[in-house]
Design a protein around this ligand. Structure first.
Ligand SMILES: NC(=O)c1ccc[n+]([C@@H]2O[C@H](COP(=O)([O-])OP(=O)(O)OC[C@H]3O[C@@H](n4cnc5c(N)ncnc54)[C@H](O)[C@@H]3O)[C@@H](O)[C@H]2O)c1
Length: 254
């Protein structure tokens, strides 16, 4: 028996990293999964990989920041699998800069993907989740939504907003059987951080930094974040809503 037997899940940004690990884990636990990514080929590869592992998955190429794409990705999942129970709003971008150095274009893109994308996918998915008898919405926020980090103004603003949107949405849908929670990962070993690592002087510079800054002294794996998403997606968290689950090796405990 899988923890998500009979459930249908949409995972955005599932072409790599945390979303890919989550889509694979959800499928391994019995969910039928719509693997959504801006990079259509990455979504196809991920869905094919899940099917080769014995799971059920479709790929959807979509930009979560575009209303028509957000509507279509939800409808493609429902058309393929007949229902929708879990939405993991995980797609995100990190475009660096302070409020005085970031371009307006990068600021607006960050808000569009990280915040408006979660809003749009939720807007189209929640009526389908309610029709399907209820379920769970999970946003991927960040430790940077709880404590500030230098030089990533737009990113921090969107992730902080997602933490509050989580609580707000939890209230609106509490009586509809839709729980809403978010995950706040710390430093996770995905391609996401490559530009940051490059700017900081490469991988060799990372180890001493991790040792000094992260209480557990290491990066997390995408699979360790996926486990938290599985908890929030499944009935194991049946009384949990409006919660920001920190998965950060102690980073924000200091
Ligand atoms: N890696 C970390 O250290 C870390 C820490 C905290 C939070 N996060 C968050 O986790 C989430 C996943 O990041 P990751 O580390 O797995 O990075 P990743 O780069 O491996 O994955 C992100 C995926 O999102 C996709 N994507 C980007 N814009 C999109 C859009 N507009 N529409 C659809 N898909 C889009 C990318 O193509 C990519 O496949 C992000 O929201 C990120 O902010 C990551």
């Amino acid at each position: 028996m899988g923890k998500l037997d009979g459930r249908v899940a949409v995972v955005t940004g599932a072409g790599s990293g945390i979303g890919l690990a989550t889509a694979r884990l959800f499928a391994g636990e019995g969910a039928r999964v719509a693997v959504v990514d801006l990079r259509g080929e990455a979504a196809e590869d991920a869905a094919r990989g899940i099917r080769q592992e014995g799971g059920e998955a479709i790929a959807v190429a979509a930009d979560v920041s575009r209303p028509a794409d957000a509507e279509r990705l939800v409808e493609e999942a429902v058309r393929a699998f007949g229902a929708l129970h879990v939405l993991h709003n995980n797609a995100g971008v990190l475009l660096p800069g302070t409020v005085t150095t970031i371009s307006l274009e990068d600021w607006e893109r960050t808000l569009a993907v990280n915040l408006t994308g979660a809003f749009l996918c939720s807007r189209f998915a929640i009526p389908r989740i309610i029709e399907s008898g209820g379920g769970s919405v999970i946003h991927t926020a960040s430790s940077a939504g709880l404590v500030a980090e230098k030089d990533i103004a737009a990113y921090c603003a969107t992730k902080g907003a997602l933490v509050m949107l989580t609580k707000q949405m939890a209230l609106d849908y509490a009586r509809d059987g839709v729980r809403v929670n978010c995950i706040c990962p710390g430093w996770i070993d995905t391609a996401f951080n490559d530009p940051v690592i490059e700017r900081a002087g490469g991988r060799e510079a990372l180890e001493p930094w991790l040792d000094a800054m992260v209480p557990m002294g290491r990066q997390g794996t995408p699979e360790e974040v996926a486990s938290a998403a599985l908890f929030l997606a499944s009935e194991d968290s049946s009384l949990v809503t409006g919660h920001a689950l920190v998965v950060d090796a102690g980073l924000t405990a200091q």
